[in-house]
Design a protein around this ligand. Structure first.
Ligand code: JCQ
Length: 248
Protein backbone atom coordinates (compact mmCIF):
# COMPACT_ATOMS: atom_id res chain seq x y z
CA UNK A 1 0.00 0.00 0.00
CA UNK A 2 1.33 3.46 -0.95
CA UNK A 3 0.88 5.96 1.85
CA UNK A 4 0.80 9.75 1.47
CA UNK A 5 1.00 12.40 4.19
CA UNK A 6 0.03 15.84 2.90
CA UNK A 7 1.20 18.72 5.12
CA UNK A 8 -0.80 21.90 4.52
CA UNK A 9 -2.22 24.98 6.21
CA UNK A 10 -5.49 24.30 4.36
CA UNK A 11 -6.56 20.71 5.07
CA UNK A 12 -10.10 21.73 4.09
CA UNK A 13 -8.92 22.38 0.54
CA UNK A 14 -7.11 19.06 0.21
CA UNK A 15 -9.42 16.57 1.98
CA UNK A 16 -12.35 16.80 -0.47
CA UNK A 17 -10.01 15.61 -3.22
CA UNK A 18 -9.54 12.36 -1.30
CA UNK A 19 -13.29 11.88 -0.81
CA UNK A 20 -14.46 11.45 -4.41
CA UNK A 21 -13.83 9.50 -7.60
CA UNK A 22 -10.84 7.19 -8.09
CA UNK A 23 -8.78 8.44 -5.13
CA UNK A 24 -11.65 7.74 -2.70
CA UNK A 25 -12.17 4.33 -4.27
CA UNK A 26 -8.47 3.46 -4.02
CA UNK A 27 -8.51 4.44 -0.32
CA UNK A 28 -11.67 2.36 0.34
CA UNK A 29 -10.06 -0.62 -1.35
CA UNK A 30 -6.89 -0.27 0.77
CA UNK A 31 -4.65 0.38 -2.25
CA UNK A 32 -3.46 3.76 -0.96
CA UNK A 33 -3.75 5.75 2.25
CA UNK A 34 -3.86 9.56 2.44
CA UNK A 35 -3.35 11.46 5.72
CA UNK A 36 -3.93 15.20 5.52
CA UNK A 37 -2.29 17.10 8.38
CA UNK A 38 -2.69 20.75 9.34
CA UNK A 39 0.74 22.35 9.77
CA UNK A 40 -0.76 24.79 12.30
CA UNK A 41 -1.22 21.85 14.68
CA UNK A 42 2.57 21.85 15.09
CA UNK A 43 2.81 25.37 16.50
CA UNK A 44 3.59 25.67 20.22
CA UNK A 45 2.82 29.34 20.90
CA UNK A 46 -0.43 30.87 22.10
CA UNK A 47 -1.12 32.57 18.75
CA UNK A 48 -0.43 29.40 16.73
CA UNK A 49 1.80 31.44 14.45
CA UNK A 50 3.05 29.64 11.37
CA UNK A 51 4.66 32.56 9.50
CA UNK A 52 6.87 35.51 10.32
CA UNK A 53 8.57 38.51 8.72
CA UNK A 54 11.52 37.82 6.39
CA UNK A 55 14.99 38.59 7.75
CA UNK A 56 16.47 41.34 5.60
CA UNK A 57 13.06 42.85 4.98
CA UNK A 58 10.82 42.79 1.96
CA UNK A 59 7.20 42.05 1.19
CA UNK A 60 5.22 39.08 2.45
CA UNK A 61 5.70 36.45 5.10
CA UNK A 62 7.82 33.31 5.38
CA UNK A 63 6.81 30.00 6.96
CA UNK A 64 8.78 29.22 10.12
CA UNK A 65 11.25 26.34 9.83
CA UNK A 66 10.67 25.12 13.42
CA UNK A 67 6.94 24.63 12.87
CA UNK A 68 7.35 23.00 9.46
CA UNK A 69 10.09 20.64 10.69
CA UNK A 70 7.92 19.52 13.62
CA UNK A 71 5.18 18.68 11.09
CA UNK A 72 7.66 16.77 8.90
CA UNK A 73 9.16 14.84 11.81
CA UNK A 74 5.73 13.82 13.11
CA UNK A 75 5.08 12.21 9.71
CA UNK A 76 8.33 10.17 9.64
CA UNK A 77 9.46 7.58 8.74
CA UNK A 78 9.01 8.29 5.04
CA UNK A 79 10.83 7.33 1.85
CA UNK A 80 10.57 10.87 0.49
CA UNK A 81 9.77 14.30 1.91
CA UNK A 82 8.80 16.38 -1.11
CA UNK A 83 8.61 20.17 -1.02
CA UNK A 84 6.41 21.57 -3.77
CA UNK A 85 7.92 24.73 -5.22
CA UNK A 86 8.44 26.48 -8.56
CA UNK A 87 12.20 26.12 -7.87
CA UNK A 88 12.05 22.30 -7.74
CA UNK A 89 13.04 19.58 -10.20
CA UNK A 90 10.45 19.31 -12.97
CA UNK A 91 7.80 16.66 -12.25
CA UNK A 92 7.58 14.13 -15.08
CA UNK A 93 5.88 10.81 -15.81
CA UNK A 94 9.23 9.17 -15.11
CA UNK A 95 9.33 10.72 -11.63
CA UNK A 96 5.70 9.65 -11.06
CA UNK A 97 6.68 6.05 -11.91
CA UNK A 98 9.61 6.18 -9.50
CA UNK A 99 7.55 7.69 -6.64
CA UNK A 100 4.69 5.21 -7.17
CA UNK A 101 7.11 2.42 -6.10
CA UNK A 102 7.66 3.94 -2.63
CA UNK A 103 5.85 3.14 0.61
CA UNK A 104 5.41 6.57 2.21
CA UNK A 105 5.54 9.99 0.55
CA UNK A 106 5.32 13.21 2.56
CA UNK A 107 4.11 16.12 0.41
CA UNK A 108 4.83 19.52 1.91
CA UNK A 109 2.64 22.35 0.60
CA UNK A 110 3.97 25.80 1.44
CA UNK A 111 2.05 29.08 1.49
CA UNK A 112 3.02 32.78 1.72
CA UNK A 113 6.29 33.72 -0.01
CA UNK A 114 7.70 30.29 0.79
CA UNK A 115 9.32 28.43 3.65
CA UNK A 116 12.52 29.37 5.54
CA UNK A 117 15.33 28.01 3.32
CA UNK A 118 16.72 25.85 6.15
CA UNK A 119 13.85 23.43 5.46
CA UNK A 120 16.06 22.07 2.64
CA UNK A 121 17.95 20.01 5.24
CA UNK A 122 14.73 18.18 6.13
CA UNK A 123 13.37 17.37 2.66
CA UNK A 124 14.62 14.72 0.24
CA UNK A 125 13.60 16.65 -2.86
CA UNK A 126 12.03 19.81 -4.14
CA UNK A 127 9.60 19.31 -7.03
CA UNK A 128 7.91 21.74 -9.45
CA UNK A 129 4.81 20.88 -11.47
CA UNK A 130 5.49 23.66 -13.97
CA UNK A 131 6.82 27.12 -14.66
CA UNK A 132 4.13 29.24 -13.01
CA UNK A 133 3.51 30.39 -9.45
CA UNK A 134 0.60 29.07 -7.42
CA UNK A 135 -0.76 30.60 -4.21
CA UNK A 136 0.36 27.52 -2.32
CA UNK A 137 1.69 24.01 -2.89
CA UNK A 138 -1.66 22.21 -2.40
CA UNK A 139 -2.59 21.90 -6.08
CA UNK A 140 0.94 20.71 -6.85
CA UNK A 141 0.73 18.10 -4.05
CA UNK A 142 -2.59 16.90 -5.48
CA UNK A 143 -1.06 16.67 -8.97
CA UNK A 144 1.63 14.35 -7.55
CA UNK A 145 -1.01 12.34 -5.68
CA UNK A 146 -3.06 11.95 -8.87
CA UNK A 147 -0.16 11.07 -11.14
CA UNK A 148 1.34 8.50 -8.75
CA UNK A 149 -1.82 6.88 -7.33
CA UNK A 150 -3.09 5.94 -10.79
CA UNK A 151 0.12 3.92 -11.28
CA UNK A 152 -0.53 1.78 -8.18
CA UNK A 153 -1.67 -1.64 -9.40
CA UNK A 154 -5.47 -1.96 -9.17
CA UNK A 155 -6.28 1.77 -8.95
CA UNK A 156 -7.21 1.96 -12.62
CA UNK A 157 -9.61 -0.67 -13.87
CA UNK A 158 -7.67 -1.69 -16.94
CA UNK A 159 -3.95 -2.29 -16.32
CA UNK A 160 -3.35 -1.81 -20.06
CA UNK A 161 -4.60 1.77 -19.91
CA UNK A 162 -1.43 3.24 -18.42
CA UNK A 163 0.86 1.29 -20.70
CA UNK A 164 -0.89 3.08 -23.53
CA UNK A 165 -0.76 6.48 -21.80
CA UNK A 166 0.69 9.16 -23.96
CA UNK A 167 3.78 9.72 -21.84
CA UNK A 168 4.50 6.03 -21.33
CA UNK A 169 4.89 5.48 -25.05
CA UNK A 170 6.56 8.89 -25.42
CA UNK A 171 3.98 10.45 -27.75
CA UNK A 172 0.81 12.48 -27.27
CA UNK A 173 -2.38 10.43 -27.42
CA UNK A 174 -4.26 9.84 -30.66
CA UNK A 175 -7.74 11.45 -30.93
CA UNK A 176 -10.64 9.45 -29.46
CA UNK A 177 -14.28 9.39 -30.61
CA UNK A 178 -17.54 7.95 -29.32
CA UNK A 179 -21.24 8.12 -30.27
CA UNK A 180 -22.95 9.84 -31.98
CA UNK A 181 -21.29 9.03 -35.32
CA UNK A 182 -22.23 12.48 -36.66
CA UNK A 183 -22.55 15.69 -34.61
CA UNK A 184 -23.45 18.98 -36.39
CA UNK A 185 -21.89 17.70 -39.57
CA UNK A 186 -18.73 16.48 -37.82
CA UNK A 187 -18.15 12.83 -38.63
CA UNK A 188 -16.10 10.14 -36.94
CA UNK A 189 -13.14 9.08 -39.13
CA UNK A 190 -14.39 6.20 -41.28
CA UNK A 191 -11.43 3.93 -40.43
CA UNK A 192 -12.60 3.70 -36.78
CA UNK A 193 -15.94 2.17 -37.77
CA UNK A 194 -14.37 -0.14 -40.38
CA UNK A 195 -13.63 -2.96 -37.91
CA UNK A 196 -10.24 -3.34 -39.60
CA UNK A 197 -7.96 -3.58 -36.52
CA UNK A 198 -4.60 -3.36 -38.28
CA UNK A 199 -5.72 -0.24 -40.17
CA UNK A 200 -7.07 1.29 -36.95
CA UNK A 201 -3.79 0.69 -35.07
CA UNK A 202 -1.78 2.20 -37.92
CA UNK A 203 -4.13 5.21 -38.21
CA UNK A 204 -3.87 5.85 -34.44
CA UNK A 205 -0.08 5.61 -34.46
CA UNK A 206 0.09 8.08 -37.34
CA UNK A 207 -2.31 10.56 -35.68
CA UNK A 208 -0.23 10.34 -32.45
CA UNK A 209 2.95 11.00 -34.44
CA UNK A 210 1.32 13.88 -36.34
CA UNK A 211 -0.01 15.51 -33.14
CA UNK A 212 3.31 15.15 -31.37
CA UNK A 213 5.22 16.60 -34.34
CA UNK A 214 2.88 19.60 -34.51
CA UNK A 215 2.36 20.30 -30.80
CA UNK A 216 5.36 18.88 -28.91
CA UNK A 217 8.21 18.20 -31.34
CA UNK A 218 10.58 18.13 -28.31
CA UNK A 219 8.99 14.81 -27.23
CA UNK A 220 9.96 13.07 -30.48
CA UNK A 221 13.65 13.25 -29.55
CA UNK A 222 13.12 10.82 -26.67
CA UNK A 223 10.21 8.71 -28.03
CA UNK A 224 10.97 5.12 -29.08
CA UNK A 225 10.27 5.36 -32.82
CA UNK A 226 10.27 2.55 -35.36
CA UNK A 227 11.68 2.80 -38.88
CA UNK A 228 8.06 2.99 -40.08
CA UNK A 229 7.37 5.92 -37.70
CA UNK A 230 10.40 7.83 -38.99
CA UNK A 231 9.34 7.22 -42.56
CA UNK A 232 5.83 8.51 -41.82
CA UNK A 233 7.21 11.61 -40.05
CA UNK A 234 9.60 12.39 -42.92
CA UNK A 235 6.76 12.06 -45.47
CA UNK A 236 4.37 14.10 -43.32
CA UNK A 237 6.91 16.85 -42.64
CA UNK A 238 7.79 17.10 -46.34
CA UNK A 239 4.07 17.28 -47.26
CA UNK A 240 3.60 20.14 -44.75
CA UNK A 241 6.56 22.07 -46.15
CA UNK A 242 9.18 20.76 -43.72
CA UNK A 243 8.34 23.33 -41.00
CA UNK A 244 8.82 20.92 -38.09
CA UNK A 245 12.25 19.53 -38.86
CA UNK A 246 14.29 22.20 -37.06
CA UNK A 247 12.05 22.33 -33.95
CA UNK A 248 12.20 18.57 -33.36
C1 JCQ B 1 4.90 24.18 -7.66
N1 JCQ B 1 5.07 24.81 -9.73
C2 JCQ B 1 4.63 25.88 -9.07
C3 JCQ B 1 4.76 28.99 -4.24
C4 JCQ B 1 6.70 29.47 -2.90
C5 JCQ B 1 7.71 26.53 -1.02
O1 JCQ B 1 7.74 27.79 -1.60
C6 JCQ B 1 6.73 28.15 -2.45
C7 JCQ B 1 5.76 27.26 -2.91
C8 JCQ B 1 4.77 27.66 -3.78
C9 JCQ B 1 3.74 26.70 -4.26
O2 JCQ B 1 4.17 25.88 -5.33
C10 JCQ B 1 4.10 26.40 -6.61
C11 JCQ B 1 4.53 25.51 -7.72
N2 JCQ B 1 5.23 23.82 -8.90
O3 JCQ B 1 3.74 27.55 -6.83
C12 JCQ B 1 5.72 29.90 -3.79
Amino acid sequence: MLRYTILTLFPGLVRPWTEEALIAKAIRRGLIRVDVRDIREYTTDKHRQVDDYPYGGGAGMVMRVDVVVRAIEAALPADEVILLSPAGDPFTQRMAEELSQKQHLVLLAGRYEGIDARVEHFVTREVSIGDYVLMGGEVAALAILEATARLVPGVLGDPESHQKDSFSWGLLDYPQYTRPPEFRGLEVPEVLTSGHHARIERWRRERALERTLKRRPDLLKRAPLTAEDLEFLARFDAAEGGDYTDEG
